[in-house]
Write a protein that binds this ligand. Structure first.
Ligand code: IPE
Ligand code: IPE
Ligand code: MG
Length: 246
């Protein structure tokens, strides 16, 4: 943590929390054991992000495509979600964490929806880190939804700009991620925040999610701070800008 420049903390970190099933398999257990152990990793990531002043942490917890998993796994995941929200609520309040959610929330079991809404409501005035849970979420679903809303609202073609379009996404009040992390040894996006990650810095640590801890997050931030984000410009333009900025 001492190697992190606290003046250049990313605003928003998004994480694809992958590898729970393989972690369980490696421990000779059922897949759900991996999901259960993933909760500790979530806690540590939230704690770490809060400690260094990250503003937004988005966690991909369940994708639209995950509905195609066996029913027992889906049921166990939804039950785990309800339990984790219940158990973590006090800690979230103490750490001033504000909880939000993106995705097709109405497709979640009713108990999940009410537990989630309750936690969102109770934490809504907290002023620390905002944790956004992506549940029954997929980037393509979100983009198609935005198009539907634009048509329903009779928005004129000339009014459609990139910034206007993004106000129709689920993430309308959330800045684009600076960092996208995927654990679990896969190097793919799996339909996560397709629009928003246009200029995110990507990290694929070779670790399975239940083993992830805030120290891994800090290592990634240290490496992020060595990267030059050019946004299409030349390297010289960027370093000149930073000279003028200081
Ligand atoms: C990620 O871990 C958690 C969810 C998708 C809900 P996986 O369950 O995908 O674990 P692996 O990829 O099979 O190891
Ligand atoms: C992505 O992981 C979704 C979540 C972590 C919630 P998956 O395990 O579902 O992704 P694929 O199927 O390997 O691409
Ligand atoms: Mg997976």
């Amino acid at each position: 943590m001492k190697n992190i420049d606290l003046n250049r903390i990313p605003n928003h970190i998004a994480i694809i929390m992958d590898g729970n099933g393989r972690w369980a398999e490696e421990h000779g257990k059922e897949r759900i054991y991996g999901h259960q152990n993933g909760v500790e990793a979530v806690r540590s990531a939230i704690e770490g992000a809060g400690e260094i002043g990250v503003k937004f942490l988005t966690l991909y917890a369940f994708s639209t495509e995950n509905w195609n998993r066996p029913k027992e796994e889906i049921d166990a995941l939804m039950a785990l979600l309800v339990k984790a929200i219940k158990n973590e609520l006090d800690g979230l309040m103490q750490n001033k964490v504000r909880l939000q959610a993106i995705g097709n929330l109405s497709s979640l079991p009713v108990e999940c929806q009410s537990e989630l809404q309750d936690a969102i409501e109770k934490t809504k005035n907290n002023t620390g880190l905002t944790v956004v849970l992506a549940l029954s979420y997929s980037g393509r679903w979100e983009i198609v939804n935005a198009v539907k809303e634009i048509i329903k609202n009779n928005i004129e073609v000339k009014e459609i700009t990139e910034s206007n379009f993004s106000t129709f996404l689920n993430t309308t009040h959330i800045p684009d991620p600076d960092i996208l992390i995927r654990t679990g040894r896969e190097c793919r996006i799996s339909n996560f925040l397709l629009w928003q990650i246009a200029y995110a810095e990507l990290f694929f640590p070779a670790i399975l999610w239940p083993d992830f801890r805030k120290e891994h997050l800090f290592e990634i931030i240290v490496e992020y701070q060595t990267r030059q984000r050019r946004f299409g410009k030349t390297g010289a333009q960027i370093s000149n800008t930073s000279i003028f900025n200081f």
